[in-house]
Design a protein around this ligand. Sequence first.
Ligand code: SF4
Length: 219
Amino acid sequence: MNRSEQSAVRLTAQPLLITTRCSGGCAPCPFASGRLPQKYMTCADVLNHLKASTAPLVVITGGEPFEHPHVEEILTELAQVSTPFRIATGGHIALSDSIARLHRSKGFQGISLGTDVLSDLSEHCREHTLTWKRNIRILEKNKIRYSLSLTLNPDFNAFDVLQTALNCGAQPEFIYLRIPVTGASSRLPHSRSAYHSTLVDFIRRRWKNIEIIEDILAS
Ligand code: SF4
């Protein structure tokens, strides 16, 4: 698969929301603790969904998948799964104990690491940032593929967040940019296109040849 085919697969990946629980504490997020009823899929349901999926890629997401009450069981059982999947995390939960289990799964395609917890959007930004950086070092040390996800938002300094990633030696496989075209984007510091192109230029200068996947959000 060439890079643009890979990008298309990643952009159209099927999400599998396994829990609404998340302790990220990010201001605008519906999953921040207590805003939604705390629900989760059983381990058997997660496995059945993955095994039955015909999508080229499934993204296990939440809430925070690593805060699923039975996450250890799920990670162990994922070893049987050959459906290609990634796991999306806010990055504020320590990954050190999960890495070895993920390595065993044939379907495992990498971690999608969010960045909201690195910003003032999160009420626990300081402590979450420390865990996030530790996770980057663990992923790098264990040669686990991972990406970074950013949603452009006037209350989120994307440049500061990317600089934090650079400072801890992050070498993501790709960067996933979610770009709202209405609502929040109208309050971005410059026009959306100027802000966006400055950001893309920043990324390309720091991470040579990196794949940038852009997702234009309708609202
Ligand atoms: S880490 Fe992600 S899911 Fe959790 S509150 Fe923040 S934005 Fe929402």
